[in-house]
Design a protein around this ligand. Structure first.
Ligand SMILES: *Cc1c(COP(=O)(O)O)cnc(C)c1O
Length: 356
């Protein structure tokens, strides 16, 4: 394919929302990136066009069997007015891992990062500046063949859309209550748990809905075979601090490998905090709690960055962590990581990529 991106600018500019009215994923910018795929042409016709609805036949495969993948990352505006991306190479590499699992053709990671930068640059006025706000970037791929047979599509569309998002924590970072899920499971080894694909989210809704009805904000997922071992929390990876050691479940085939998870592991090692990736059962966590050794717990993901856990409901019992307050290490990780992402903290690992 030719890597020339065709640009059609929007004739009018939409009104931008006020920073205090921003919700997650409700408002979109003036432009989007599109490219298409056919076996004969490969990925072709990369273009930036005005953001608008797309038209597809009802028989388009995307409406039927869920052969989709997506990514999520953010652009930040630094205090010096620079536009910064956080480890976009990790996201585009993961998109290809998801593509492989869903039988979707590979993308050119470097080219797509260039396309993303170009799009963010065109819509950079949309990046909110208030503390905690950012521009959420959603790359995704859908199958576009008109066909009801169950088979990998012969045609695809890759798109990137942008959404200004408000601070995840309106009143500052605060701990959430978690329901340890003992009925539904998110994923199993050999399934699609380690790919970022829509079906994993569709199958998680029921548990999430029931947990919310009981007053919990997310579920903690246990392994799909024995329902003993900890996997993730909501759509985030999870960490525990037990007796001075930070533990996160090892990547076992059903856990999604988060960019935030990976970054936290690097930071902790850099600080010489004892850290391990291993199998961890809910019973281990409960025993640590009973012995007074369970110090902190938090979820990690692009949307919230770090989400402290204040309470776990497990076996009809409430496990309260750190008096329901944000732990010291949790707070330090949140401040450091968001500091690096927004250009306010030294970027020791060269994670930040500037958009010109
Ligand atoms: C996206 C995602 C995460 C977090 O990944 P980040 O790259 O840190 O945003 C964790 N778990 C699941 C299931 C996810 O889909």
């Amino acid at each position: 394919m030719t890597n020339k991106i065709n640009i059609t600018l929007s004739a009018t500019k939409k009104e931008k929302p006020n920073a205090d009215q921003l919700e997650f994923g409700r408002t979109f910018t003036d432009h989007m990136f599109i490219m298409d795929y056919s076996a004969a042409k490969g990925w072709y016709d990369p273009r930036i066009v005005p953001y608008e609805p797309i038209s597809l036949s009802p028989s388009t495969m995307v409406f039927h069997y869920g052969q989709t993948v997506f990514e999520g990352l953010k652009a930040y505006r630094s205090s010096e007015d620079k536009v910064l991306l956080f480890r976009p190479d990790k996201n585009m590499h993961r998109l290809n891992l998801s593509n492989d699992r869903l039988c979707i053709p590979q993308i050119d990671e470097e080219f797509v990062i260039e396309a993303l930068k170009e799009l963010v640059s065109i819509d950079k006025e949309w990046i909110p500046t208030a503390e905690g706000t950012s521009l959420y970037i959603r790359p995704f791929i859908i199958p576009t063949e008109y066909y009801l047979g169950v088979a990998p599509s012969k045609y695809y569309r890759f798109m990137i859309i942008l959404s200004p998002v408000g601070s995840y924590y309106k009143e500052g970072i605060h701990p959430v209550k978690i329901f340890v899920e003992n009925q539904y499971v998110r994923a199993v080894d050999g399934g699609t748990g380690k790919a970022k694909t829509g079906g994993n989210y569709a199958s998680s809704l029921k548990a999430q809905e029931e947990a919310e009805k009981r007053g919990y904000s997310q579920v903690l997922w246990l392994d799909g075979v024995e329902k003993k071992y900890i996997e993730e929390v909501g759509s985030m990876n999870i960490f525990f601090k037990i007796n001075g050691e930070v533990i996160t479940p090892s990547l076992n085939g059903s856990i999604l490998e988060g960019v935030t998870r990976n970054s936290i592991l690097h930071l902790l090692k850099h600080w010489n905090v004892p850290v391990s990736e291993r199998k961890l059962s809910m019973e281990d966590v409960y025993n640590a709690y009973k012995e007074g050794l369970l110090e902190e717990a938090f979820g990690t993901g692009t949307a919230a960055v770090i989400s402290p856990i204040g309470e776990l409901f497990y076996n009809e019992e409430n496990i309260v962590l750190n008096n329901g307050e944000t732990g010291e290490l949790t707070k330090k990780l949140y401040d450091t990581l968001t500091g690096i992402q927004t250009g306010n903290h030294e970027d020791v690992f060269n994670w930040v990529v500037e958009v010109n």
